[in-house]
Ligand binder design. Structure first.
Ligand SMILES: [Zn+2]
Ligand SMILES: [Zn+2]
Length: 351
């Protein structure tokens, strides 16, 4: 254990400033493993912390360690760990739930009252984010990667899990239709998971042509450039293409209300994007069409389902990677991500 006494960690010391420092590695409990982190994906929530210091979930205290999309190698295990060994390549599920509250006991552990999610502003235990050489994690949240799955793909299991949960929440059946509002990385993951589940009639929207072109290559049946359409054209396009479910990743009032018009009677709106403000929904449309509105908060029990889909090539999340940076250029990686330009999809840090 002595060879792993300290490691480098990237701290967000104030808004838009990341500093790499050396810090001691915390002790490893009997059921924990020590992971040498290899890849970390930058998520929308990390970008919110970087640019504003908060998300819809809460505000962070500085210094803060971001990152919750990670893969790596096991370099040490606690005495009670038997299913993982030093040298295993792994992906980490970042949410640590209590296992004892009503929600945990009914299988919806994403709603755990005592959740400690890596890097979250409100986490208590195991809260350090992934942007570090090493992290200590409870072993039951660490999954071995099959040999055919790369570290890159491993780091993208988390956003795919968000997408898998959202698709489950929609209740969609194979052969039904969907629209996804927004075309960022989570939207792209939703598109991939929808197709993998036999929902191939999928419309994507965005304001950025470059992102829509990418969605076409991923398999979107139609793309709608909402920046180019007049309100009348949009309304017409919407009415012509009614769908069974709409997934919102934008938290944009106008977009979501357009999505309501877009839904078939009896359809379902799934809220996936994390809102950091309240907005108005068109209740008359919701009422008249007997629509169902569901939110989709993180995920539960999705990693074991995503891993084989990636291993078999059904899901190809590596297509999302638009940029990669070494750990010592983490500041640049965040500066780029924060620009939110069309060419930036998923940014990976190599550690
Ligand atoms: Zn994320
Ligand atoms: Zn719980």
């Amino acid at each position: 254990m002595l060879e792993y006494s300290s490691g480098q960690i990237a701290y967000l010391t104030k808004v838009r400033t990341v500093e790499i420092r050396t810090a001691p590695i915390p002790p490893i409990g009997g059921k924990d493993v020590l992971v040498r982190v290899r890849r970390v994906g930058i998520c929308g929530s990390d970008i919110s912390y970087f640019t504003k210091g908060y998300t819809g979930v809460g505000a962070i205290k500085f210094p803060h360690v971001m990152g919750h999309e990670l893969s790596g190698d096991i370099v040490a295990t606690g005495d009670l760990v038997s299913h993982l060994a030093v040298g295993d390549r792994v992906v980490v599920e970042p949410g640590y739930s209590c296992g004892q509250c009503e929600h945990c006991l009914t299988g919806r552990y994403n709603l755990c009252t005592h959740m400690s999610f890596m890097s979250s502003a409100v986490a208590k235990e195991y809260k350090q984010g992934a942007l570090a050489e090493f992290c200590v994690r409870p072993s039951h949240l660490v999954f071995k990667l099959p040999p055919e799955v790369s570290y890159d793909q491993g780091a993208l299991m988390e956003p795919l899990s968000v997408a898998m949960h959202a698709v489950q929440r929609s209740g969609l059946l194979s052969g039904q239709s969907a629209a996804v509002l927004g075309s960022g990385p989570i939207a792209a993951c939703i598109l991939m998971v929808l197709i993998s589940q036999g929902i191939i009639d999928v419309t994507m929207t965005d304001l950025v042509r470059q992102r829509l072109d990418f969605m076409t290559t991923v398999g979107a049946k139609r793309v709608l450039d909402v920046a180019e359409l007049t309100p009348d054209q949009l309304q017409k396009a919407v009415l012509e293409q009614s769908v069974d479910a709409v997934f919102d990743t934008t938290c944009n009032e106008k977009a979501v209300n357009t999505g309501l018009v877009w839904l078939k009677k009896g359809g379902t709106l799934v809220l996936v994007g994390v809102p950091d403000h309240d907005y108005m929904l068109d209740l008359r449309t919701i009422f008249n069409k007997e629509l169902t509105i569901r939110s989709s908060f993180r995920y539960a029990n999705t990693f074991p389902r995503i891993i084989p889909l990636v291993a078999s090539g059904v899901l190809k999340p590596e297509r999302l990677i638009s940029h990669r940076f070494p750990f010592n250029r983490v500041q640049e990686a965040f500066d780029l991500s924060a620009q939110k330009t069309g060419g930036v999809m998923k940014v990976l840090i190599e550690i």
